[in-house]
Design a binder for this molecule. Structure first.
Ligand SMILES: [Zn+2]
Ligand SMILES: [Zn+2]
Length: 254
């Protein structure tokens, strides 16, 4: 059923979508939290974003074997991925990249400009293309990066411009999850954010109130957010809290 929906992703008929914002699907393929009991958990983060035009892999987790086996169990051919975005240098986000490129090198990898040369060389050696990111930029239709924000380390987050509003996806949020959301709103010129997904880097519990103040409508904290932060968000956001972990599929409809 899922594959039936996903096969047209790469087909030419989607070019008729034109200016219209498509349905967006986010699929967790790597996380230390679990939704689908058939999938393997491991410390790290990785998700797929289907924008109908592109299939983006945002972070690769730490281990390509786990990443690829989870993708296989979900029923996604890794060769359908055409864009990879790596948030930051930590092994639990970039560790699966090399093994992924062994299976599919027909991708453009967006890496922070501050990445060490050996990673850039590895991407070229594998036969893939890479783009160095420092400033905020458009990655592809409907997808943007915040550019490098300082943690440490330097980290980029992904912004998807969906019909329901902005969706922000973070790896570890070392620059601060609230700072990232503010930066994304500023860059995109929006007052509200539809959804924030990813690692929130165990912020203080006041983050819940701050998220309300900065206009975040839905949240899916995962990876390094911390159990207490997830619980606090669940309590405040109620049905707008999305329990997220490997195997979770979020569909943002038109
Ligand atoms: Zn991490
Ligand atoms: Zn990290």
């Amino acid at each position: 059923m899922f594959l039936m929906r996903t096969i047209p992703w790469i087909s030419t008929e989607i070019t008729t979508v034109g200016w219209e914002k498509p349905e967006i699907t986010i699929i967790s393929v790597y996380d230390n939290y679990r939704i689908d009991p058939d999938l393997e958990t491991a410390w790290g983060f990785g998700c797929l974003i289907n924008t109908s035009r592109d299939l983006i892999l945002f972070d690769t987790g730490g281990d390509s074997e786990i990443l690829l086996s989870n993708m296989e169990k979900i029923g996604i051919d890794p060769k359908l991925v055409n864009i990879v975005v790596i948030s930051h240098i930590h092994g639990d986000h970039v560790g699966g990249l090399e093994g992924f490129l062994d299976v599919n090198n027909n991708v453009t990898v967006f890496v922070p400009q501050s990445f060490p040369q050996y990673i850039k060389d590895m991407i070229i050696e594998k036969g893939a293309r890479f783009v160095e990111v420092s400033e905020p930029m458009k990655i592809t239709e409907f997808a943007y990066t915040t550019g490098e924000l300082y943690g440490p380390p330097e980290e980029q987050s992904l912004i998807i411009d969906s019909r329901k509003g902005l969706v922000i996806i973070t790896g570890c949020a070392h620059p601060g999850i609230v700072n990232i959301v503010k930066k994304a709103k500023e860059e995109m010129g929006r007052d509200e954010v539809y959804l924030v997904v990813g690692g929130f880097h165990h912020p203080p519990l006041t983050v819940v109130e701050e998220f309300r103040e900065i206009g975040v409508l839905k949240v899916a904290p995962s990876h390094c957010s911390g159990d207490s932060v997830r619980e606090a968000f669940a309590e405040e956001y109620k049905e707008d809290f999305i329990e997220y972990g490997v195997g979770k599929i979020i569909v943002i409809e038109n």
